[in-house]
Ligand binder design. Sequence first.
Ligand SMILES: Cc1ncc(COP(=O)(O)O)c(C=O)c1O
Length: 378
Amino acid sequence: MEEIPLSRPDLTDLERSAVVKVLQTPQLSLGPRIPQFEAAAAKVAGVAHGVAVNSGTSGLHLIVRALGWGEGDEVITTPFSFIASSNCLLFERVKPVFVDVDPRTGNIDPAMIESAITPRTRGLLVVDVFGHPADYDAIEAIAARHGLRFIEDSCEAIGARHRDRPAGSFGAAGCFAFYPNKQITTGEGGMIVTDDAKLADLCRSMRNQGRDTTGGSWLGHVRLGFNYRMSDIQATLGTAQLERLDVILAERAKVADAYARRLAPLVESQGVETPQVLPGVTMSWFVYVMRLAEGTTAEGRDRVMAHLREQGIGCNNYFAPIHLQPFYRELLGTKEGDFPVTESLGARGIALPFFNKLTESQIDRVAGVLADAIDKSA
Ligand SMILES: Cc1ncc(COP(=O)(O)O)c(C=O)c1O
């Protein structure tokens, strides 16, 4: 039985030889490859500054701090995301105020934002779910109307575009992530992107133990900081991966198209939903999450996933709603029923194997086993 993994990084000799070359130098951290990678990533986002960090989570955390959000502040965000996007608010004792999402994309529903604004609201944390940019026309208008700043969590969306503007360029700052299941990887890593020179400088200082970015001694610290540095080894890998970003994204779009074609009969016969791409959007496909029919329970979905896994097909639920995680329930008093769209998407979603080199025949097999699993588990 052929095993088909959920994801697999796409690395070539370009990446391997670049990494070997950096290993032959003495400078494995705080070296020249960091600004190179930062400049290349900033260009992808169409902004002036990139700040490389050791994960998407640390990037988001630094942005929250750099914006000065803290205790007593509220930030509006969504529970249909990876947990790090609201955890980075909790790190700074900021209260995440959840609102529900657009059922088509899983992105924040702009119609829900204004009623969640209170005198304590400082901003928004907007997630580009699964590589689909949020509705920035509406979000920018609301932010401007209420004098709010927003962070763009583009950890899943490097290279995506909304009306021809790149993901990461909309908010006060955005963040990409490079874990190996992402479109491009550095093993672990993240990148803050922003047009705000002061914010970038503050993040550079905070990622490096609060050292002064204009010089100063190794043991001089002008503010509270962290070790959130990316190494030159990772930056080298990232720069090489970025050089192939267009090809990688085109390959992923082809795989997504093939899935849509192969799953069309299940859409017709079983009420399965395949991902929607709204007009004006260029996806950066991160994962391929289809949903079982409306009304399917999480238990029913888990039976389908168990069948897929028995047949050697990697899959996962995406996302587990953040507001139902035990410590969020405890902290915020959230419960089932609070965010019905998030809960429905969370109960019915299955991420299918998705990577650049997934073949048509592997997609056929996944679709066939999925059809069988739905028959048996319904
Ligand atoms: C939406 C979102 N936000 C934040 C992160 C955090 O990134 P990392 O795993 O690099 O810390 C991820 C990564 O999985 C993500 O998908």
